[in-house]
Write a protein that binds this ligand. Structure first.
Ligand code: E4P
Length: 220
């Protein structure tokens, strides 16, 4: 399972990249706004900066703002031209699916976002999306089961031999990451605290303290 970080914060991306386990980055308009990145020139520069930080062969999802087919295609092409790492993120709407099918035809990679059902997952796969982003946390927020959705889509994609990769998004906790892996996600995109939470185990801390104490006692 690939590990992406879900942020537009450059320091957090650097920190995750330094761990040596980062495979890519996802952003969305809310995350860009949170970093105060406004105006097309600044937005494009920010995407380029992210691509440079993560290095070669690390996918960076950049989301279109346009909602009509023509606008999505024009914007998506501008984003894709920015850097070879860019994957154009497109919302799950009829125009979005049409744009994904068009991007697939002309060789531009896509991430179909705002996915909340298996039916939507089938549409995105039929259009040839590179990635599919089901929002685990937001499904949980309405007391449905986000991880069950990942499992359902994984079963369908396996059965139908769809090539679209399942990118579990809206991940909120370290447990979500483990559950997404068990449910068959190909990729998980997470905020930095959820990634760092995976490291935590009291027995690791106790064991390390004991090893160091024993070494000190023996070596003075
Ligand atoms: C990722 O691609 C999504 O935009 C993101 O994971 C949404 O997460 P949230 O539900 O925590 O905002």
């Amino acid at each position: 399972m690939l590990f992406f970080i879900d942020t537009a914060n450059l320091d957090q991306i650097r920190e995750a990249a330094a761990l040596g386990i980062l495979d890519g980055v996802t952003t969305n308009p809310s995350l860009m706004a949170k970093e105060g990145i406004t105006g097309e020139a600044n937005v494009l520069k920010h995407y380029r900066d992210i691509c440079e930080i993560v290095g070669e062969d690390r996918d960076v999802s950049a989301e279109v703002i346009a909602t009509d087919f023509k606008g999505m295609v024009e914007e998506g092409k501008r984003l894709a031209e920015l850097h070879e790492n860019i994957v154009v993120k497109v919302p799950m709407t009829p125009d979005g699916v049409k744009a994904i099918a068009h991007f697939t035809e002309i060789g531009i990679r896509t991430n179909c976002t705002l996915v909340f059902s298996a039916g939507q997952a089938i549409l995105a796969a039929k259009a040839g999306a590179t990635y599919l982003s089901p929002f685990v946390g937001r499904v949980d927020d309405i007391t449905w089961d986000g991880i069950a959705l990942i499992k359902e889509i994984s079963e369908i994609y396996d059965m139908q031999a769809y090539e679209t990769a399942i990118l579990a998004a809206s991940i909120r906790t370290p447990l979500h990451i483990v559950q997404a892996a068990k449910a068959g996600a190909d990729v998980v995109t997470c905020p930095l605290p959820a990634i760092m939470g995976l490291f935590k185990h009291p027995l690791t801390d106790i064991g390390l303290a004991q090893f160091l104490a024993d070494h000190k006692k023996a070596n003075g």
